[in-house]
Write a protein that binds this ligand. Sequence first.
Ligand SMILES: Nc1nc2c(ncn2[C@@H]2O[C@H](COP(=O)(O)OP(=O)(O)O)[C@@H](O)[C@H]2O)c(=O)[nH]1
Ligand SMILES: [Mg+2]
Length: 219
Amino acid sequence: MKIQIVRDVLEANDQLADQIRELSKTHHVTLINIMSSPGSGKTSLLEQVIPVLQSYALRIGVIEGDITTTADAERIARFEIPVSQINTEPFGGDCHLGSEVIMPALQQFDLNGLDLVFIENVGNLVCPAEFDTGANHNFVIISITEGEDKPLKYPLMFRVCNTAIINKIDLQPYLELDVGILEKNIHQIHPDSRILKCSAKSGENIDQVVDHIRKLVNK
Ligand SMILES: Nc1nc2c(ncn2[C@@H]2O[C@H](COP(=O)(O)OP(=O)(O)O)[C@@H](O)[C@H]2O)c(=O)[nH]1
Ligand SMILES: [Mg+2]
């Protein structure tokens, strides 16, 4: 009986995710879902790439997911772009964003006036990977402070993401971590994953992340 209920929830989520992809296709909007552990640098990366993408005339919206607080939405609102904050605490403190919360958030936006919508998912390397948000592309960020083994321990996340961004490379001098092993572990789980390495603090290689996003948006 319980198994039946779980399956129904996932089926309903997937059906609505397909409708989100139809909606974004109709309006020529690309949806990128960014996932990571808490603190890997999702918001910091958005703060780096948004102004550069704006300089290429890309019109951007952001959906922020957190259990509570509007802190990240406030950080992003400085760029004077549409931001929608989803707090999951009122409906049980969900550890992920499902398509049932993404759809109404998207409908709040004037989609004809946007080219690209980023979803910053709830910080968590497990549950967000299980729920299709309707995004066209899934990104995972892993910072080098998290250890080389995380792709092997949380394989589903690295399997569902075609792009893996290794962040905080500015901290390399202070760490024992071998970035080459981290890359090898990502490719062991997902051989075709596109890996980019950057620092959302110093700005190193942010141009490569921007180029990659622009190719996905096709603008
Ligand atoms: N040294 C360093 N710190 C970073 C970098 N990116 C983010 N941080 C810091 O990591 C912390 C968490 O970043 P945040 O963007 O809020 O992570 P989020 O929880 O994934 O959105 C903040 O104190 C950031 O300043 C980076 O590339 N290098
Ligand atoms: Mg954040």
